[in-house]
Design a protein around this ligand. Structure first.
Ligand code: 5GP
Ligand code: ZN
Length: 138
């Protein structure tokens, strides 16, 4: 897509600090990292939603992301990593080209997810599953 910043990185029209590329994906450092080494793994095809990305590209995104996380841990600089994907503006997606975040972590890096712990009312979980099952297909 001509006005997509990540397609421009795929096509070498704008620079990026690339770590890896193959026929399906490229990986490059995030320009404003959560931790140093924060990497984005993107499909070479333009789709805004991860669910619209062809399965072989999705599979490669996950495989490459986990291997990049493992490599950062092997450097000895990190103890673990987060894989994180924002899908949709309401979910925090800013760049409308699907991408996986790989965030290398150490316990002292000072970053915390703003997690919360809700609970289900009686029957609520079963109702959610019933509605989901009406729509789910794979
Ligand atoms: P999102 O919020 O859409 O999941 O994440 C988009 C990410 O892309 C952000 O972490 C942001 O820092 C990164 N980003 C945006 N523009 C560029 C760019 O031009 N180059 C690089 N390397 N990263 C970018
Ligand atoms: Zn794109």
């Amino acid at each position: 897509m001509s006005d997509c910043i990540f397609c421009k990185i795929v096509n070498d029209e704008i620079p990026a600090k690339k770590l890896y590329k193959d026929e399906h994906v490229i990986a490059f450092l995030d320009i404003a990292p959560i931790t140093k080494g924060h990497t984005l793994v993107i499909p070479k095809v333009h789709q805004e939603s991860i669910s619209a990305v062809p399965a072989e590209y999705q599979q490669k995104m996950m495989h490459v992301s986990s291997q990049i996380g493992k490599a950062f841990v092997r450097t000895g600089e990190y103890d673990g990593f987060n894989l994180h994907l924002n899908n949709g503006q309401c979910a925090g997606q800013v760049v409308p080209h699907a991408h996986m975040h790989v965030v290398p972590r150490i316990g002292t890096d000072g970053f915390h997810w703003n997690w919360r712990n809700l609970s289900y009312e009686e029957n609520e979980a079963d109702e959610i599953i019933a509605k989901f099952n009406e729509k789910f297909s794979i």
